[in-house]
Design a protein around this ligand. Sequence first.
Ligand code: G3H
Ligand code: PYR
Length: 207
Amino acid sequence: MNPRDILSAGAVVPVMAIDDIHTAVDLAHALVAGGIPTLEITLRTEHGLKAIELIAKEVQGAIVGAGTVINGEQLKAVADVGAKFAISPGLNIKLAEASLNSSIPLIPGIATAGELMLGLEHGIDTMKLFPAEVVGGRDMLKALHGPFPQVKFCPTGGINLASAPEYLKLPNVLCVGGTWLTPKDAVANKDWDTITRLAKEASALRP
Ligand SMILES: O=C[C@H](O)COP(=O)(O)O
Ligand SMILES: CC(=O)C(=O)O
């Protein structure tokens, strides 16, 4: 799948750190049931790779990818377990070069025009603005749209249900990322109804 189709499949990409591997598949099912298919499982916990592998195998309708991928070894490792895409918090030359040989798309985080240009030089035109609210949020996206109208974004970082609609209206925004769909207490309590309700709320955001 190309990165734009991946990011356009749902209005919100939930960013998740899996603390208990036994919750991963049910959590993914709950999100997909609420209309949120594109899922970012970060490598921030020891369960990241296994969770991606299980969701890729067992959750029909999910488009599972990896987050917090920061080097070429991780990019290869997540592709090998079935990730459909990889997201990084930032971009450097080594990771950009690794993406050229990757079997799955890298959607890099960028926070400056320079990082964006590094992505473009490596054939990447779909990126994450991270951390979105800290680096200028919607004003930054509007400013980047001037010189770089060919680039589309999934802004992530500090966005929630209330602020998401204003992001989704922008011409260079495909979706937004965030953690609010998967509150830690709801996941720990296996409260899948709450997760599906939050996902439904989020999927209705697409204008
Ligand atoms: O670092 C975590 C995610 O990238 C964004 O989290 P947040 O939606 O809670 O700001
Ligand atoms: C920021 C983010 O989404 C990541 O850790 O890849």
